[in-house]
Structures are given as structure tokens and as C-alpha cells.
Write a protein that binds this ligand. Structure first.
Ligand SMILES: [Fe+2]
Ligand SMILES: [Fe+2]
Length: 134
């Protein structure tokens, strides 16, 4: 779980709102995965989460590209990596229905990535975009 009040706020209100909305989906998904009962709900919520991430990343990438941000390629590569991992895990879940593997994925990799990405990548991006518009 990600505590919404622990999530770093960055210098872009739109993206803060996107992050909070996404964390709500992610927390709901983690709850379902930990309960491990409702397979269809897990699959549906996992798909919704991936769709949300896709739109979120596309939005950030558009802003970075437009502003000519130097870290664009590195930032985009992190987005690709986490999205690919999520897609892989959804595929694996869909075919194997291995709940323990899914629990492992959500408890370890993803949550740690999320906080780290907002701090290390989104924060400096928002600062740059903010300055650029002043
Ligand atoms: Fe972000
Ligand atoms: Fe990002």
C-alpha cells in the first residue's frame, strides 16, 4: 500500500492529481491481491491500473517533449520499464493465476518504484516545467 499522505507533491497540480488517483487504484488493487479471492476483480483492476499508468506517462512525456527537457529519454525509459513489467505480470497472472507471484510483485517491486520515481524523476521534471512557464 502507498499512504497517500506520504506521496511527494511536485510542482504540478495536474500531475499531483493524476498520482493520487492512480495510487487509489493501486491500493484497491493491492487489497484485492492480498485477499486473493476475486480473480475477475483483480484482472479488471489490474487492467484499469495499467491503462491509468499509460495515460499518466503519456501526459508527462508530452510535457517534457514540448519543453525540451534534457532528462526526457531517461525518464521515458523508466516509464517503459515499469509499464512493461506491469504488462508482463498481468499476462503471467492471466495465464497462471498464481496469486503468490502477484502478491510478491505488488508488495516489493512496484510500491518501492512508485515512491522512488516520483521523488527522483517527477519532482525535478515538474521543477523544470514550472520554471519554464514563468
Ligand atoms: Fe508521474
Ligand atoms: Fe514520471
Amino acid at each position: 500500500m502507498i499512504n497517500k499522505s506520504d506521496l511527494s507533491l511536485i510542482a504540478n497540480e495536474e500531475i499531483n492529481a493524476i498520482h493520487l488517483e492512480e495510487v487509489e487504484i493501486l491500493n484497491a488493487l493491492i487489497t484485492l491481491v492480498n485477499e486473493g479471492k476475486d480473480r475477475d476483480a483483480i484482472t479488471d483492476t489490474f487492467q484499469a491500473f495499467i491503462g491509468h499508468m499509460q495515460a499518466h506517462f503519456t501526459y508527462e512525456e508530452g510535457l517534457m517533449k514540448e519543453a525540451g527537457y534534457g532528462m526526457f529519454t531517461i525518464h521515458q525509459a523508466e516509464h517503459y520499464k515499469v509499464l512493461n513489467e506491469a504488462r508482463y505480470n498481468l499476462m503471467d497472472w492471466s495465464s497462471s493465476k498464481d496469486i503468490e507471484r502477484l502478491q510478491e510483485y505488488f508488495s516489493e517491486d512496484l510500491v518501492a518504484w512508485y515512491d522512488q520515481h516520483v521523488d527522483a524523476m517527477d519532482k525535478p521534471m515538474a521543477d523544470f516545467l514550472h520554471k519554464g512557464t514563468n
